[in-house]
Design a protein around this ligand. Structure first.
Ligand SMILES: [Zn+2]
Length: 292
């Protein structure tokens, strides 16, 4: 019996809209490209005591992308079926974003709430370093670059807060530090900020994040060198060299962007394995100065 208007609920309408959207955007793909998810699931507990969350993840997927997970899972374990991986220093929200990226290749950090997107991006960047996942860190670096070119409320202050946080949490990671320093220096230079305005911005930001002296020092050095050379050229997101400048894959590893291009047939430089399928295979990543 067809539903009457009375029984036609909002939930049913939402479901119908979702189905319509899926049909309208139907995309067929190669059977051979179906991800090998394997049969093993892994329980991961993320967060400190006040904010903890369990995640059940496909072992194959995370093992193929995170060098740290690969090492942990290869370590001898008396009862592997009862194994729980603990990530007490990381945020559950950051891990949720990471796992979505593993499954879809998308970084779900967009949020209209002020500062929330940049907070997500910094936490996921730290998580990526901790997990020693080069492709993920490089993707997040590109996302931070994209964010820096968009219009956001108090963007400069948000990026300074992000820089202070990244310097505190990832002090040994050169590519991340140089990325955030160059972005902040470029924005300050573009706005012709005076020294006292710069100091005010850093003071305001440091009310939110513990003081870390090296970050402003590094930014001021870059701003000074840009002023000396009259350089105020914005970073060009179209330039692949700019992207790789802030990547940590190194010369001997393939950039994740090339892997994606290969997977959709744009480039002939690599084999046509999909990026997702590649994640399901053991990784041979080298990470610069992984953080503890
Ligand atoms: Zn690259």
């Amino acid at each position: 019996m067809p539903p009457t208007n009375h029984s036609y609920s909002k939930v049913e309408r939402q479901y119908e809209l979702q189905v319509d959207w899926k049909v309208a955007n139907m995309e067929r793909a190669e059977y051979a490209d179906i991800m090998n998810l394997g049969t093993s699931a892994l329980l991961i507990l993320v967060g400190g005591e006040e904010d903890q969350k369990y995640f059940l993840v496909h072992e194959n997927i995370i093992r193929g992308s995170s060098a740290l997970m690969q090492k942990m899972l290869d370590a001898p374990c008396k009862h592997p079926e009862k194994r729980i991986i603990l990530l007490p220093k990381d945020e559950p929200a950051a891990f949720a974003i990471y796992y979505q990226w593993l499954l879809t290749g998308k970084i779900h950090t967009k949020d209209s709430t002020q500062y929330l997107e940049i907070i997500h991006l910094t936490h996921t960047c730290i998580l990526g370093h901790r997990l020693q996942d080069v492709d993920f860190v490089d993707s997040v670096h590109d996302a931070i670059l994209q964010y820096s070119t968009e219009t956001h409320d108090n963007k400069l202050r948000a990026l300074i807060v992000a820089g202070a946080f990244l310097y505190l949490e990832a002090p040994e990671v050169a590519s991340t530090k140089s990325l955030i320093v160059d972005i902040v220096a470029w924005l300050l230079r573009r706005e012709d900020a005076t020294v006292s305005e710069m100091q005010d911005l850093f003071t305001l930001a440091y009310d939110l994040v513990e003081s870390e002296p090296h970050f402003p020092k590094d930014v001021f050095q870059v701003v000074a060198s840009m002023c000396a050379s009259q350089d105020r050229t914005p970073l060009s997101l179209e330039d692949g060299e700019v992207y790789c400048k802030y990547h940590c894959h190194g010369e001997n590893s393939i950039c994740y962007k090339k892997k994606i291009k290969a997977s959709i047939g744009v480039s002939e430089e690599t084999d046509a394995r999909s990026t997702m399928q590649a994640r399901a295979d053991p990784a041979e990543h080298q990470v610069e100065d992984p953080i503890e």
